[in-house]
Design a binder for this molecule. Sequence first.
Ligand code: ATP
Ligand code: MG
Length: 370
Amino acid sequence: MTVSVQTDAAAGEALRPHAEHAFADELTALAATDDRPRPARWKLSPWAVSTYLLGGTLPDGTLITPKYVGPRRLVEAAVATLATDRALLLLGVPGTAKTWVSEHLAAAVSGDSTLLVQGTAGTPEEAVRYGWNYAQLLAHGPSREALVPSPVMRAMADGMTARIEELTRIPADVQDALITILSEKTLPVPELGQEVQAVRGFNLVATANDRDRGVNELSSALRRRFNTVVLPLPATPEAEVDIVSRRVAQTGRALDLPPAPDGMAEIRRVVTVFRELRDGITTDGRTTLKSPSGTLSTAEAISVVTGGLALAAHFGDGVLRPGDVAAGIIGAVIRDPAADRVVWQEYVETVVRERDGWKDFYRACREAAE
Ligand SMILES: Nc1ncnc2c1ncn2[C@@H]1O[C@H](COP(=O)(O)OP(=O)(O)OP(=O)(O)O)[C@@H](O)[C@H]1O
Ligand SMILES: [Mg+2]
C-alpha cells in the first residue's frame, strides 16, 4: 500500500496502471474459480498464478490474456519457487520481460506489485532495510513511529511479495543486507532493540541483467538463497511477432492511438530485421551478417512500432507504412555511429535491397539515412 499524494481522479488516469489494477477483472475471475490450495496469504493458487501469466480460458468462459509468451516450465518454476522459502532471481539479456514478469507475479501472488526497490549504484541500505524520519527522530528519539520501513520490510511484516529491480547494480555491502532477511527471515532494528519477523507469504523477486554481469556480482552467500530462472529471447519469429503485436496494441490503447489496419506487415518486418541482425544470419540461412552493438530486444521492437504508429496517426493517414518504422529501426540499430553504421549499410544493400516486397522499405531506409 503506497500512500497517494494524488487525487483519486488523477490516479484513475494513470499513464501506466499497475498490473493488479490493469488486470483486476482477470484476477477477480481467477480467484472466483480457483479451488486449488493457496499458500498462506496468496491471493491465488500457484496453478492460477501461472494461468494468469500464460493465459487460458476459465471453466466459466472468462478469457485470461497471456502476459508472458514463453516456455510454460519457466513460469511454473518461477511460481513454484515463490511458494518455497527461496527467493526468485529472474535473469536474462535486456528486454526479455524480467521486470514485466516480476510485476505480474507480485500482482497475482500478493495483489500488490508496488513493494519495489529500484537497484542502482547509489541504492542505500535504507532502501532495503529501513530509514528514519529525522524530524521525529530528533524530537522524540528512536521509536517505531520514527522508523521508515523499506518496501522489503513492509513485505516481511505483511507477508507479501517484495521486488528488487536490477539486483546486481546494487553495491555489494547493500546486497548483503538481504542475506539475513532471506536466511533468518528477520530484520533486526538494533536502535529499538526489536526485530521485524517475516510473516508467512513473504518472498522476494529480484531481476538482473545478463549484460551487467561483473558489475556487482552476487556474493555466493546471497546467490545460494535464490533460485535463478533465465528468461530467453523469443524462440521463433512467430512468437516474437505475437508479443510485439499484443504489447503494441495495449500501449497504443493507453496512448489513444487508433489501431493501424495492416500493421502486422510492418511488425513482421521489424521483427525480421531485429532477429536477423541479432542472430547474424538471414532467415533463409543463406547470408551471414555482422551484428550491431545494440541489443535489438523485443522491448525495442515494441518501441519502434509504437513510435511508428504515433507517426502514422498524427502525421500520416493512420496506415502504418515502411517510412514510419524505418527511422526507428535505424535508431535502434545504429548505437555506435561508426561501426554500427557500416553494419547497417551492408544489411540494407545486401539483404533489404534484394528481398521481394521490400522495395518501399529499402527506399524508406535510404531516405531516413540521408
Ligand atoms: N516473452 C515475452 N512475453 C511477453 N512480453 C514480452 C516478452 N519479451 C518481452 N516482452 C515485452 O517487452 C517489454 C520489456 O520488458 P521488460 O522491461 O520487462 O524487460 P527486462 O527484461 O526487464 O529488460 P531490462 O533488462 O532492460 O530491464 C515489456 O513490455 C514486455 O511485455
Ligand atoms: Mg527490467
